[in-house]
Design a protein around this ligand. Structure first.
Ligand code: ADP
Ligand code: MG
Length: 251
């Protein structure tokens, strides 16, 4: 499947997107896995990247967040080129990531894990405010705040990974597979939280193997196959596209 949809977007807003990824290339050693990715996230949007295992979704997020160096192309955030900045500078620009596999610190408490999310900040009052907001979003984390991260359930660890990213006070939140391995009820809780964050104005780039769930939540979606974007459209259109249904929705 390698059809390219022209954007059917009738939005005449000419303001530049919050995130503009243009012809991004990256890889591991001699192996290039991102073969010229272009996508954008406008302010206030939830955008999802769906695709099979190994398509390059994680690598895309990693290279936006500066954890994987781009070998070509540009990443612009709020109009500024960031693809050469180190990861901690990108956090300061307002992009925070909840990584695949959660990557919480198992020997730190919940509270300490959250403090790590604020490592680039020194605004004590602001950090305290964001901590309370995170606890409001995920009350179980407040109950467990003195518990070691490694003793949390999978769902609680996922909530902690999202909350830790929020402690960086992102304008753009990168979420990598937040539903992976979790029970349906927990997934709903996490997706509700994502929706709530977006309602408050946060822009979100969501990577998911669970395409149905992701497309139901997102405004727009990109389909990724072997390191390239093959389709993009309004999420509702992708949900109803027979090729997407055959390939990703099992219908
Ligand atoms: N650290 C790594 N070293 C070498 N190859 C990697 C590494 N991480 C991912 N890859 C390869 O890059 C490709 C894209 O992987 P990834 O970005 O993790 O895809 P996805 O998140 O869509 O499953 C795969 O072929 C994968 O094997
Ligand atoms: Mg991945």
């Amino acid at each position: 499947m390698r059809h390219h949809f022209p954007s059917k977007d009738t939005n005449l807003n000419t303001e530049p997107a919050l995130l503009e990824v243009n012809n991004l290339r990256a890889g591991y050693g001699p192996i290039e896995v991102l073969k010229g990715i272009s996508l954008e996230v406008r302010a206030g949007e939830i955008v999802t990247i769906i695709g099979a295992n190994g398509a390059g979704k994680t690598s895309t997020l990693m290279s936006i967040s500066g954890c994987l160096k781009a070998t070509g192309g540009t990443v612009r955030f709020a109009g500024k080129e960031i693809q050469r900045l180190p990861a901690h500078e990108i956090v300061k620009c307002g992009i925070c990531q909840s990584p695949e596999g959660r990557k919480i610190f198992p020997r730190l408490t919940v509270h300490e894990n959250l403090e790590m999310g604020a490592f680039t900040r020194s605004d004590t009052a602001g950090i305290k405010h964001d901590l309370e907001k995170a606890f409001h979003l995920f009350p179980i984390l407040k109950e467990r705040r003195r518990q070691l991260g490694g003793t949390l359930s999978g769902g609680e660890q996922q909530m902690l990974a999202v909350a830790r990213a929020l402690l960086g006070r992102p304008q753009l939140l990168l979420l990598d597979e937040p539903s992976l391995g979790l029970a349906p009820l927990i997934i709903l809780k996490i997706f509700d939280a994502i929706r709530e964050l977006n309602k408050e104005g946060m822009s979100i780039l969501l990577v998911e193997q669970n395409a149905r769930l992701a497309l139901k939540l997102a405004h727009r979606g990109y389909v990724m196959e072997t390191g390239a974007i093959t389709m993009h459209d309004e999420a509702s259109r992708l949900l109803n596209d027979q090729r997407i249904r055959d390939a990703y929705l099992g219908e």
